[in-house]
Design a protein around this ligand. Structure first.
Ligand code: ADP
Ligand code: ADP
Ligand code: MG
Length: 667
């Protein structure tokens, strides 16, 4: 076994690998850019080597620097994590030449599977079912249109070297092929340095279901069942679960066996994932093989009881697998939600900033948090905006979802825009609960984006009860403090109006063991102020983790001076405690109107203005391209939303834009 390994990555995955290595008694070396010198992955490792400036192209992607770091620290093997150099043949070869073990598959497997065009060809040969399409790269727009016509619309344009959902467009007609090909080629070249693009049939109502495989150097290859990753936005996964609510035993087995057949065809060793797209009739088609550890591997670990990083390290050290296919377990249900620094209210565009507060839910046997950040740290524009993975486990799907709801309610983060409310909304969505998933789920269920959710009335009443209990507790505390002044006798009222957004709820409170009974609209609710052994809420704390009517309930609260902002179950509420008279007056207050910004095209994210497609004086129609903004290596076309005329430019190509910066002015 190795004595020391280097982790050629950053963020949560570098931390996750370090944890397993430590448990196995292996020393770890971290590498980091200048921006990451205080990062968690650096603190977790035994040693650290700085490898260059913040942009990954000058640090995490520089092969020579990493090979040098191995040599200078005496690391015998490298775990690449995911992304960065994890599927880079030249990196594997360079390590091989330097006598360092790559904790992953062999170079030829990476080469064969790294390219979508090549791997499809190989899969076909291995008897794996593939998506109908054209076997070669597209030469030009005219050819693209011709091929699309023969495959039949809709089609998908994909960067052959692509990954991470980047460089991919669906086209429903000729015009969309024209537009899409240009941006797909540009993204492919910018992100992957390879502008070959392929076309294949777009499978409708698709589900993304993938098979985890694991092979050793002794010819053993097993599949570790499936993960369903159909909940996606921008072709990137947001929620993953194992097993899939859609597969029956026969399909699971057929997919598993095809995945193993493909792996055998390339002498696969280490952990890998064969991705399939599955149609509504459970026909499945090979998409691609990822020759590395996946982001969502924890759900497989929870249902099989295996540590995939440990397995990868053991295989790399030459050990044979210790179990057979028949011995692979599938127990219970696991769910993963990806917590991103991104704004669900702005098309899920990345957000950056400092983590002013960062309190994560407690880890238990049912809750696992994989992260690489800490309070006070920064989510920078240089790297992936994933903050943490929230992974939960239960005996069945509902139990896993229940744990996930609590975990999300208890994740308290301030300082960045993030998607926690959106993840909560998904965990309460009826169609999600039914397991009727498709990769279009988010687009179909949130057609106008995500603008918060409305709580059902039973939940809302429990929120009111919590608000009343909190207010009473606060009032009691104030009385104790002011009561210390001589000559002053404090008195606490037990009845108020709790005003949530614009609704008034009359409440009254009486003391019970551990909390208050709150009557909301005449109905009693028992609010007990702590969850199991957890500490009771005290004035000033941002999380209420208590029990309402016998059920655990977590509410986040930010003081606004006159009241609170509450966050629960994906909803954000303004909460005030008022006297009946003040509540009457509050009804008379006018609602503040936000300023009209529709006269401007605002940058939806921080990024680079790549091009402007219009000039002052030009009339535009809905859907017409106005500008292209590049952010996190994605080309985003901004389009006109109505018939109007451009009357002024506020930025020019090459400008760095901040969020909401004005780009154009309309009539
Ligand atoms: P990446 O390398 O970026 O992960 P994939 O080929 O795995 O690219 O595709 C990513 C996602 O795009 C899939 O999970 C699926 O949602 C969607 N997708 C890809 N190809 C197709 C297709 N032919 N039909 C329908 N959806 C597709
Ligand atoms: P727990 O039993 O730990 O509260 P869940 O949050 O998953 O687990 O709740 C299970 C079900 O009970 C939910 O579907 C919800 O409708 C209901 N429920 C949740 N919280 C409460 C509560 N405070 N009072 C009454 N019913 C609740
Ligand atoms: Mg993929």
């Amino acid at each position: 076994m190795f004595e020391k390994i280097l982790i050629a990555n950053r963020g949560e995955i570098a931390c996750r690998v370090a944890k397993t290595a430590r448990r196995m008694g292996i020393k770890t070396v971290a590498v980091h850019s200048e921006a990451d010198k205080d990062a968690l992955h650096v603190r977790m490792a035994d040693e650290a080597v700085e490898i260059g400036p913040p942009p990954s192209a000058q640090s995490y992607l520089v092969i020579e620097r990493i090979v040098e770091a191995c040599k200078s620290t005496g690391a015998q093997a490298v775990h690449p994590g995911y992304g960065f150099l994890s599927e880079n043949e030249a990196f594997c070869q360079a390590l091989k030449d330097a006598g360092i073990t790559f904790i992953g598959p062999d170079v030829h497997a990476i080469a064969a599977m790294g390219d979508k065009i090549e791997s499809k060809r190989l899969a076909k040969q291995a008897g794996v079912s593939t998506v109908p399409g054209h076997p070669d790269a597209i030469a030009d727009v005219e050819e693209a249109i011709e091929i699309a016509g023969s495959i039949g619309y809709p089609v998908m344009l994909k960067a052959s070297a692509g990954g991470g959902g980047k460089g991919m467009r669906v086209a429903y007609n000729e015009a969309e092929v024209r537009d899409g090909l240009r941006t797909t080629i540009a993204e492919a070249a910018a992100s992957f340095g390879d502008d070959r693009v392929l076309i294949e049939k777009y499978i409708e109502e698709p589900r993304h279901i993938e098979i985890q495989v694991l092979g050793d150097t002794h010819g053993n290859i097993v599949y570790l069942h499936e993960r369903e990753c159909s909940i996606q936005r921008r072709h990137q996964k947001v929620i993953e679960e194992a097993p899939s609510p859609f597969l029956d035993q026969a399909t699971r087995r057929a997919m598993g066996e095809q995945a193993v057949a493909l792996s055998r065809a390339v002498d696969y060793r280490s952990a890998g994932t064969v991705e399939f797209i599955v149609d509504k009739n459970r026909n499945f088609y090979f998409l691609e093989m990822n020759t590395r550890l996946q982001v969502e591997h924890p759900v497989t670990e929870l249902i099989t009881g295996l540590d995939l990083v440990e397995q990868m390290i053991r295989v790399a050290a030459g050990e044979p697998l210790q179990f057979t296919q028949e011995e692979v377990r599938l127990d219970g249900w696991a769910m993963e939600a990806r917590f991103y620094a991104e704004d669900p209210e702005r098309g899920f565009l990345p957000s950056i900033g400092r983590l002013r507060r960062y309190i994560q839910p407690q880890e238990t046997k049912n809750v696992r948090i994989d992260t690489g950040v800490y309070e006070g740290g920064e989510i920078s524009m240089y790297y992936d905006p994933m903050v943490a993975k929230v992974v939960t486990y239960g005996l069945d799907r509902n139990a896993a979802i229940g744990h996930m709801r609590h975990a999300l309610d208890g994740f308290y983060v301030r300082g960045i825009r993030h998607n926690l409310s959106f993840l909560s909304a998904l965990m309460h969505h009826p169609r999600f609960l039914e397991g009727r998933l498709s990769t279009n789920f988010i687009a179909e269920e949130f057609p106008d984006g995500f603008n918060g959710i409305t709580l059902d009335s039973a939940t809302l009443q429990r929120v009111v009860a919590v608000a009343a209990a909190i207010h009473r507790q606060r009032a009691e505390r104030n009385r104790r403090i002011t009561g210390q002044m001589p000559g002053h006798v404090g008195k606490v009222s037990h009845t108020w109006i709790i005003r949530i957004d614009r609704d008034n709820w009359p409440v009254s409170t009486t003391e019970i063991e551990g909390g208050y009974e709150v009557s909301v609209d005449g109905k009693p609710h028992a609010v007990v102020n702590h969850w199991q052994t957890g500490k009771a809420w005290e004035v000033g704390q941002p999380l209420f983790d208590g029990v309402v009517d016998g059920h655990r309930m977590i509410v986040q609260l930010d003081s606004t001076g006159i009241g609170y902002r509450f966050y629960h179950g994906g909803a954000e509420l303004t909460v005030l405690s008022l006297t009946p008279r003040a509540a009457e007056l509050a009804d008379l207050m006018p609602i503040k109107q936000p300023p009209d910004l529709t006269k401007f095209l605002l940058s939806p994210m921080p990024g680079l203005l790549v091009s402007l497609a219009v000039e002052p004086g030009q009339k535009v129609v809905p859907g017409q391209e106005l500008a292209v903004v590049e952010a996190m290596k994605m080309m985003n076309i901004l389009r006109a939303e109505r018939d109007t005329k451009v009357i002024g430019l506020h930025a020019e190509p090459g400008d760095s834009l901040s969020v909401d910066q004005k780009i154009l002015e309309f009539e």
